[in-house]
Design a protein around this ligand. Structure first.
Ligand SMILES: Cc1cc2nc3c(=O)[nH]c(=O)nc-3n(C[C@H](O)[C@H](O)[C@H](O)COP(=O)(O)O)c2cc1C
Length: 379
């Protein structure tokens, strides 16, 4: 394959380079994957207005998300096990994002730890928090993120229990991978991935091992994660987490206007309209499908961000036109990482930036700040 020109090209490359169980982990949704598909398909249904004979010089995509400057309104989503798409994946993706001038969000369920990522970056990154039943561990995570000077806490609300993803069960997914003949074969057929993985010590959940009580080895870790996500998490918890954190707070996983209004009342800085990339409630509406209703409900009271199904700069622009102040990409950056490490993440960001820039110009706008529903047909 020649130079990757679209996110699809990076996906095809990643499929060739990443062992099946980890590629499938990224490329999967819950149950029938209908919401996963709808996230992408619903963007294609939105049509742009072509405008002509307007000045297209001096264009700018630079803006801010929660008051922090960004070179374009696209952040990297928190994704678990990123260090299994490519050795040291979180550290490489964070560096690519930093150089590009966009936020990187580190997942609680990352392979590289908060401290690992802090050691290779100069600017603050964002940290995503899953609330576990072990509250001492949660408090410690918040404090570690503060110590690492993370500049936003992204609190995920839509994973109190885990949605079922058939591919992961069939593949027997784990980190580090099991050493059964099937798993050994999947890795042996990806020698480049193996070589890099042998060159790093980071092969398990380093935010957790050595930090959470009773997690000292890997066999106890799998028990711990399946038992630890807190099914009782409530709006009251948001209050104490906000207070303990004391910095900018983003609530992730809002898909309903009623929940969006509740989110406003917490005093959070932003919400992310999200269905977890179609990985939790299959049958839920696509994120882009819900965005207008949520913007109409709370858009003047809180910053509204969105993730799910963004595969091009055109998708970002459509989301911005419908009122999103920021967007996030999950799989597009994971495919870039699996395809070509740090360079692949930069390529993913570059593809999206170019597509957004040209589309904005052809819609007759020069500045992302001027993009609104007027660039859409029948909006
Ligand atoms: C492989 C993978 C792992 C993910 N892990 C997390 C996670 O640890 N925490 C979280 O809040 N969201 C997680 N998500 C959801 C993403 O943050 C984001 O909501 C989703 O990927 C956006 O959709 P997109 O992949 O279509 O861009 C994960 C998504 C994927 C694809």
């Amino acid at each position: 394959m020649g130079k990757p020109l679209e996110i699809k090209d990076l996906k095809a490359l990643a499929k060739r380079r990443v062992p099946k169980m980890f590629f499938d982990y990224a490329d999967s949704g819950a149950w029938t994957e209908s919401t996963y598909r709808a996230n992408e398909d619903d963007f294609a249904k939105i049509k742009l207005r072509q405008r002509v004979l307007v000045d297209m010089t001096d264009r700018s995509l630079a803006t801010s998300m929660i008051g922090q400057p960004v070179s374009m309104p696209v952040a990297l989503s928190p994704t678990g096990l990123t260090g299994m798409q490519h050795a040291d994946g979180e550290m490489l993706a964070a560096q690519a994002a930093e150089e590009f001038g966009v936020p990187f969000t580190l997942s609680t369920m990352s392979i590289c730890s908060i401290e690992d990522v802090a050691s290779v970056t100069r600017k603050p990154f964002w940290f995503q928090l899953y609330v576990m039943q072990d509250r001492d561990f949660v408090i410690n995570l918040i404090d570690r993120a503060k110590a690492a000077k993370c500049s936003a806490l992204v609190l995920t609300l839509d994973l109190q229990i885990l949605g079922q993803r058939h591919k992961d069960i069939r593949n027997g997914l784990s980190a580090p991978p099991k050493f059964t003949p099937k798993h050994i074969w999947q890795m042996a057929t990806r020698p480049g991935w193996c070589m890099k993985m042998l060159g790093t010590q980071r092969r398990t959940f380093r935010n957790i091992v050595g930090h959470a009580k009773s997690v000292t080895d890997l066999s106890s870790l799998s028990v711990w994660t399946s038992e630890q996500f807190d099914p009782r998490l409530s709006w009251n918890d948001v209050a104490w987490i906000k207070e303990r954190w004391g910095g900018p707070l983003i609530l992730k996983g809002i898909l309903d206007p009623e929940d969006a209004r509740m989110a406003v009342s917490t005093g959070a800085d932003a919400i992310i309209v999200s269905n977890h990339g179609g990985r939790q409630l299959d049958g839920a509406m696509s994120s882009i499908g819900m965005l207008p209703r949520i913007v109409d409900a709370v858009g003047d009271k809180i910053e509204v961000h969105i993730d799910g199904g963004i595969r091009s700069g055109q998708d970002v622009l459509k989301a911005v036109a419908l009122g999103a102040k920021g967007t996030y990409i999950g799989r597009p950056f994971l495919y870039g990482l699996g395809a070509d490490g740090k360079r692949g993440v930069t390529t993913a960001l570059d593809i999206i930036r170019k597509e957004m820039d040209i589309t904005m110009a052809l819609c007759g706008k020069r500045n992302i700040a001027d993009v609104d529903r007027s660039i859409l047909l029948d909006a």
